[in-house]
Design a protein around this ligand. Structure first.
Ligand code: PEP
Length: 249
């Protein structure tokens, strides 16, 4: 049975104090459920968040990391550093990293390898641009993003991978993919995994949907058979909204 997951990507929001307030509110209002809950605050708040959430059912993730173990990479953070502050999950391949920081599939493959070599769980993001969807190329684009960054992995490595389909046109725009569009793409992704690996593997990988998920639309999106949860941006910055999304399953 694959896991249901709701992950919050805080992006470059919340300073130290505001982050502590949000983590406390999340803890106060969080009720135990079968859903895996993950939050990804900025680097400056990872240590505090992982301390506060230690021994709770909320996990902490980083929003990015470098592929090297250490060295002359000014401004970067390694897997080892993340683990040293209690962080064992990392988001890789977010469309903002791809668009603003030139992260390519090839670079992401190296980051994925570094994360897995450090026993970290990876939330791997991908998704098509609006022009690509309008041209009917969404399946082609998504397939190549997954193939280029992940198909070199062994079947066993996939137990550490969570996929997050995030159509770029739906991120932070208020425009969500319809539940049917999300389901169609998730089913296509699962078929792609089955063709490359096996039906068992395809059935075991959690595939999250991301792109303007809010309490008002989460229930319908999460009700689709191949949607195993969500990667949430804006609505993850509000404890009430985030909890309402968690409880939309
Ligand atoms: C995201 O950035 O991963 C995201 C899904 O953002 P939003 O929910 O704000 O569209």
């Amino acid at each position: 049975m694959r896991k249901q997951i709701v992950a919050g990507n805080w992006k470059m929001n919340k300073d130290y104090v505001d982050s502590e307030i949000l983590v406390s509110k999340l803890l106060e209002t969080h009720q135990h459920s079968d859903v895996d809950v993950i939050i990804a605050p900025p680097f400056t708040n990872l240590l505090a968040a992982s301390h506060t959430l230690k021994s709770t059912s909320i996990a902490v993730a980083a929003q990015n990391m470098h592929f090297a173990e250490s060295g002359a990479y000014t401004g970067e953070i390694s897997a080892e550093m993340l683990k040293s502050v209690g962080v064992h999950t990392v988001i890789l391949g977010h469309s903002e990293r791809r668009a603003y920081f030139n992260e390519t599939d090839e670079l992401l493959a190296k980051k994925v390898d570094a994360a897995l070599a450090n026993d970290m769980r990876v939330i791997f993001c991908f998704g098509e641009e609006l022009t690509e969807r309008k041209a009917g190329k969404e399946n082609e684009v998504v397939e190549s993003q997954i193939k280029n960054a992940l198909f070199h992995l062994s079947e066993t490595s996939w137990s550490q991978i969570v996929l997050a389909y995030e159509p770029v046109w739906a991120i932070g725009t208020g425009e969500t993919a319809t539940p049917e569009q999300a389901q169609d793409m998730h089913a296509f992704i699962r078929k792609t995994l089955e063709n490359q690996y096996s039906a068992t593997l395809a059935d075991s990988v959690s595939i999250l949907y991301g792109g303007s998920v809010k309490p008002a639309n989460a229930k319908e999106i999460f009700s689709k058979p191949d949607v195993d949860g969500g990667l949430i941006g804006g609505a993850a910055l509000d404890a009430e909204m985030f909890n309402a999304i968690i409880h939309s399953f």
